[in-house]
Design a binder for this molecule. Sequence first.
Ligand code: NAI
Length: 259
Amino acid sequence: MHANLKDQIALVTGAATGIGKAIADRFAANGATVFYTDVSHAAAEEAAAKGGGRALALDVTKPDQIHAAMRTVLEHCGRLDIVVNNAGINTHAHRVTIDEFPREEWDRILAVNLTGLYEVSSAAAKIMRPQRSGRIINISSIAGVVPLRLQCAYTAAKAGVNNLTRAMAIELGKDGILVNAIAPGSIVTDGTRELFYSEGSLFHENAQRMIDHIPLGRPGTPDEIAVAALFLAAPENTFTTGHILVVDGGWTAGYHRDF
Ligand code: NAI
């Protein structure tokens, strides 16, 4: 899929690897000037060098870094057209019920997945509203649509992302800003390799059981999410806003069973 993003200025959070990198790469390949931002500056630099973009250090839990990044974008490009809120984390060690879920882990996950997304979106909207144009694309999760067990913080944060997406869409639509979310199903990235998809990973023995629930019979790839992001960012998309685009191989389409 191709879209003409020439002259578009894009900023992607958590772009050093996985889904964020695939989105940044696809935007760059379609002509956008892309700022690859990540908590790890070195990793962002490496990704940006390969993808043909620019790198910035940006920890979404640090408002001073968010504002510095926005200033840099404006100094270099004078505008900001597309923001992708991709940075996100989940718990590895604490797959437990809510009564055992540590408060510190709740705070850590909410700080990145929800409050960080709010901070970046708020800073972006300050630039986009006077421009009277812009796209904000939030990477949510199917966990925000259909709750998953033993991940209370992640599930709550992603559900928050979905309704915040809709709230921003209705607040910012009159200023020409389109706000949408993508809710990926299981996607093979460094994060999920550590959890499911590599030999010796934490829940490797459960991976096939999970895949059995996906009608397409496999996890997705980061580029399959990047295609959805490209559609939402494309100039041809002029009327889709406030939408949660589920990209999950049919996982949440219904209960999958053989009888
Ligand atoms: P990943 O773990 O492979 O990469 C995440 C990136 O975000 C890393 O480069 C990391 O350095 C960066 N990051 C972490 N904390 C950050 C912070 N405070 N500030 C800035 N950057 C930070 O993750 P993956 O799998 O590519 O996921 C990306 C997004 O997609 C996340 O929001 C995740 O919740 C969501 N998602 C992923 C799914 C999957 O199966 N991989 C499924 C559903 C949603």
